[in-house]
Write a protein that binds this ligand. Structure first.
Ligand SMILES: *Cc1c(COP(=O)(O)O)cnc(C)c1O
Length: 405
């Protein structure tokens, strides 16, 4: 079988919450010839993308760009700031928070997990008051870092990071705040500096509309200071040499040049439209998809409307209906990929991604595929999600003009 056989006719609907579809503009930019990563042209590219990603993280502090998936940047954040046996407080909102904890444990950190009891933790956002209570009880300041996931991609919940910062400040606790915004960045509002985050972690293949293969650490002065004393082994991930080389627009090792062309192009698209427009568009898409799910009469995985994700929506299937069997029908019959349920909610829900290079009709078609698939799987639906999403988009015109004046 040839790779081209995977691309029959029309366009595949890649509606998983990352990797998200890559715009043709970005793919074309990536097809430029690879250049000398120590040459003068490269420095211009390097400086530009470093500046652009700072604007996307809403920071004026250094941002590391790694040729790695998001998991690498998780590891980088921990090994640069912590020492073996350090006590780390991790809030579990879902499977990605769970995996980050697993990684931290493998690195030799002593993790403590906070969450709501039972399934509730995976249906709500980070409860900042639980973090505040725990930190207040830690009068010896043994907790060195608090780790939270901004947009929990396994459930469709976007936690309030500013509230976590306020809770840490209220507890007058010096722990570092490490935040995974791998799927949140460039889809949901994210303010590294204003929210007082010490290390923000992100990746290329979600809101940034790039293929997988780049990930990020945005730093704070406090995190950089911590990295000078932290003793977990770090070599490839070490910030110090990268910060030094980045001043000239270079990296100590070979960067993935063609992905950086893509990053430059994606930043031009996102910053050219303005972050406000990008965030508003995702909120509007998400509201339309949720209107469809409600019309079907199916529960949304996120049980708190204040923290609905603008990036993806988790759809719970009725008792006795295997969500993966529904996904399989939709994939085989309608060439549409949806996100599977991860971890302890496998088979109980599927995820509709509504991020990046999308538009109203793409999402209406996706909902149509889901609706047909659910019916074919024998699910009795309360009403038409397709009608609901059409009604929503038709009656909610885009808040901001498509083109900046
Ligand atoms: C995608 C994702 C990850 C994992 O990143 P990889 O690129 O697969 O290593 C981690 N956290 C969140 C919230 C994600 O969405």
């Amino acid at each position: 079988m040839l790779v081209t056989d995977f691309h029959p006719t029309g366009r595949h609907f890649l509606q998983i919450p990352g990797p998200s579809p890559v715009p043709e503009r970005v793919l074309r930019a990536m097809s430029l010839p690879t250049i000398d990563h120590r040459g003068p042209e490269f420095a211009m590219l390097g400086k530009k993308v470093l500046r652009d990603v700072q604007r996307i993280f809403q920071t004026i502090q250094p941002v590391m760009i790694y040729p790695a998936s998001g998991t690498g940047a998780w590891e980088a954040a921990l090994v640069n700031t912590l020492s073996a046996g350090d006590h780390v407080l991790m809030y579990e909102t879902g499977h990605f928070a769970f995996l980050w904890n697993k990684l931290a444990t493998r690195l030799g950190l002593k993790t403590e997990v906070l969450s709501l009891p039972g399934m509730e933790g995976w249906r709500h956002g980070v409860q900042a008051h639980l973090i505040e209570e725990r930190l207040k009880a830690d009068t010896a300041h043994s907790i060195k870092a608090v780790c939270v996931v901004h947009n929990e991609t396994s459930t469709g919940v976007t936690s309030d990071i500013a509230a976590v910062r306020r809770a840490m400040d209220a507890a007058k606790h010096p722990a570092l705040l490490l935040v995974d915004t791998i799927s949140g960045l460039a889809g949901a509002d994210y303010q590294h500096d204003a929210w007082g985050v010490d290390v923000s972690i992100s990746g290329s293949q979600k809101g940034l509309m790039l293929p997988p293969g780049i990930s990020f650490n945005a730093l704070s002065a406090k995190a950089i200071e911590a990295s000078k004393h932290a003793t977990l082994p770090k070599a490839f991930w070490a910030w110090d040499e990268i910060i030094e080389m980045n001043k000239g627009g270079y990296w100590p090792t070979t960067p993935n040049t063609n992905l950086l062309y893509g990053l430059s192009e994606a930043c031009d698209m996102i910053l050219g439209q303005g972050l406000e427009a990008v965030f508003a568009r995702h909120q509007r898409w998400a509201a339309g998809v949720r209107a469809a799910v409600r019309a079907w009469g199916l529960p949304i995985q996120c049980a708190d409307e204040k923290v609905y994700s603008p990036i993806l929506t988790g759809v719970m299937t009725p008792e006795g209906v295997d969500a993966d069997a529904v996904r399989k029908i939709i994939h085989e019959r309608f060439d549409c990929s949806l996100g599977t349920g991860l971890g302890k909610i496998k088979g109980r829900m599927f995820r509709i991604g509504h991020l990046g290079d999308s538009n109203d009709l793409t999402l209406i078609a996706t909902v149509a595929g889901c609706e047909m698939g659910l019916k074919l799987a024998g699910v009795r639906l309360a009403g038409s999600g397709v009608q609901a999403i059409m009604d929503h988009y038709a009656s909610h015109p885009v808040a901001l003009p498509l083109q900046a004046a």
